[in-house]
Design a protein around this ligand. Structure first.
Ligand SMILES: NC(=O)C1=CN([C@@H]2O[C@H](COP(=O)(O)OP(=O)(O)OC[C@H]3O[C@@H](n4cnc5c(N)ncnc54)[C@H](OP(=O)(O)O)[C@@H]3O)[C@@H](O)[C@H]2O)[C@@H](O)CC1
Ligand SMILES: [K+]
Length: 496
């Protein structure tokens, strides 16, 4: 399990550790790790062109010391100072090692731009965990110039401009190819929009671990998910493996039903019971003969569908009066329910639907979450963590917020950030597949929190396998491809 922390938590741990070590030891450790990573990224260190962007704080200090280490190995190092002051020790050491220094406020702007653009490696030491609010000038201009750098951009601790505690980006921010982060992973490196500025995340241990608190955000690794996945034993039958009920689709939207059932079937449900109007039932029967289907008359509830261990409610079911009555019938049951898509619209309109004893998992994208909370979706995208936590608290449910970073929030537990996925997943119907997967896991006996976070991981993995990844050739995926890839994704998790 990957644990992530706020800036304040990191600082508190640093204070404890620093009190036990000679002055400057931690920065030396950090700079040594940083220099080693940078050396590995340069085509060759000797003669390599390195630009160090140094802010006025300790983040700049790390970068200046690392620059000095590279200069001692023969790299041609230029530091551009963004602050009115710079870390004295780091600056002195860089100068002694033969590095050159310019000041962003007074130096030749064209020359500095040229240095950044043509460098083999740019080290972003503008601001780290001490960064606050939108980057001011000249920091912002330097961050923007990094985008034009032809060489590799290495962020020191945190890409400057990204809020290390939340992942929020209030203005200009460095887009790094690699981020070398010290001591522990910061929350902002895992959650978008911050996460998409990180590039390859390279944690470097400086000994903070014993002083870190319980994390507020965690991420499951493949091994964590594998250990949690339901596996059939010799005693298993379809009922013990979990019967998932799906209420989805309508005569207008039949595809959502096929995809949701597909997600549940391919993720390993013991049995899927599908209930809807005649048209989606016909489509589901044609595509997934494994499902047991029931045609519901308009306004009819789930009374005749048979016993299930968990329900998935919502994709494509419509939002009219009959849908509302059907949603009330499903949410009136005494088993866990996943509410997705149209189900979320119904719940946003009538919160009383959520008054129930059994657990409930909501799976909104940011627009749907916006409707639930009365907040524009743009605000949610800019501050995902805050809104995911707020939704879980206000609605007293487990919430899986979909999007470029999927988060699972439940009161009293660390938020789980999902690390799998691909931008190709942003296509119609993939959310229906996700709801089906979560339904299968929930029916197998997992809690909403575990089912949601494992489903997000497996879904992202299947999508990545269907789409391909950098270096292996990529292609768009359709939602059904994700469902079809699920067994391969599950198999890859359980290898070894
Ligand atoms: N503590 C330790 O033991 C260790 C800490 N380590 C390292 O120290 C880092 C933390 O250092 P820190 O606390 O000095 O803060 P830091 O990230 O350099 O930021 C402050 C600077 O940024 C500037 N600045 C801020 N916001 C800005 C804005 N919006 N726009 C523009 N400027 C802005 C701010 O400017 P000012 O407000 O002073 O004008 C100031 O100059 C940490 O991330 C890690 O790299 C490692 O060496 C391991 C050991
Ligand atoms: K930085």
């Amino acid at each position: 399990m990957l644990s992530a922390y706020t800036s304040d938590e990191i600082r508190a741990a640093e204070r404890e550790l620093m009190a036990r070590l000679p002055d400057g030891t931690l920065m030396r450790r950090a700079a040594t790790g940083l220099a080693a990573t940078c050396a590995g990224l340069l085509p060759r260190v000797y003669g390599g062109r390195v630009v160090v962007l140094a802010g006025g704080g300790d983040n700049g200090g790390d970068a200046l010391y690392a620059g000095a280490a590279l200069a001692r190995r023969g790299a041609r190092v230029h530091a551009i100072l963004a602050g009115r002051t710079a870390h004295e020790g780091g600056l002195g050491e860089l100068r002694r090692a033969g590095g050159r220094v310019a000041e962003a406020r007074s130096g030749d702007a064209v020359l500095m731009e040229d240095l950044i653009v043509r460098a083999d490696l740019v080290m972003d030491g503008l601001a780290g965990i001490g960064g606050a609010g939108p980057l001011r000038e000249p920091y912002a201009t330097l961050a923007r110039l990094c985008r034009r750098a032809e060489g590799v951009v290495v962020a020191v601790d945190v890409p400057s401009g990204v809020d290390a505690s939340t992942g929020e980006v209030a203005g200009e921010a460095v887009r790094a190819d690699v981020t070398v982060t010290f001591g522990a992973v910061k929350i902002g490196l895992l959650i978008d929009p911050g996460a998409s500025h990180v590039g390859a995340l390279t944690p470097f241990d400086i000994g903070l671990r014993p002083w870190l608190p319980e994390p507020g955000v965690v991420a499951l690794t493949g091994a964590d998910v594998a250990a949690r996945l339901p596996r059939p034993g010799p005693e298993s039958d379809k009922y013990r493996r979990g019967v998932v009920g799906v209420v989805a689709g309508s005569d207008r939207f039949t595809g959502a039903a096929v995809l949701t059932v597909g997600g549940a079937v391919r993720a390993g449900a013991g049995l899927v019971r599908f209930a809807s109007s005649a048209e989606p039932v016909a489509r589901v029967r044609a595509r997934w003969p494994e499902a047991v289907t029931t045609v519901l008359a308009p306004g009819e509830g789930i009374g005749e569908v048979g016993r299930v261990q968990a329900w998935v409610l919502g994709p494509g079911m419509g939002t009219g009066e009959d849908a509302h009555a059907l949603a009330r019938s499903v949410l009136g049951s005494d088993v866990p329910v996943i509410v997705d898509a149209d189900g979320l619209t119904l719940v946003a309109r009538d919160r009383s639907l959520l008054r129930r004893e059994a657990p409930t998992l909501l799976t909104p994208h940011t627009g749907e979450l916006g409707r639930l909370l009365g907040v524009p979706s743009g605000e949610i995208e800019a501050a995902r963590l805050r809104h995911a936590r707020r939704a879980a608290e206000e609605l007293s449910v487990t919430v899986l917020v979909k999007g470029s970073t999927t988060l699972v929030a439940e009161e009293g537990r660390p938020v789980r950030a999902n690390l799998t996925g691909t931008p190709w997943l942003a296509t119609g119907g993939t959310g229906d597949v996700l709801a089906g997967i979560a339904g299968a896991f929930l029916a197998a006996g997992m809690t909403c929190y575990e089912a949601a976070s494992c489903a997000a991981h497996v879904h992202g993995l299947a999508a990545r396998m269907a789409a391909g990844g950098p270096g292996e050739g990529e292609a768009p995926v359709a939602a059904l491809d994700v469902a079809l890839e699920l067994p391969a994704a599950l198999r890859s998790l359980t290898v070894g």
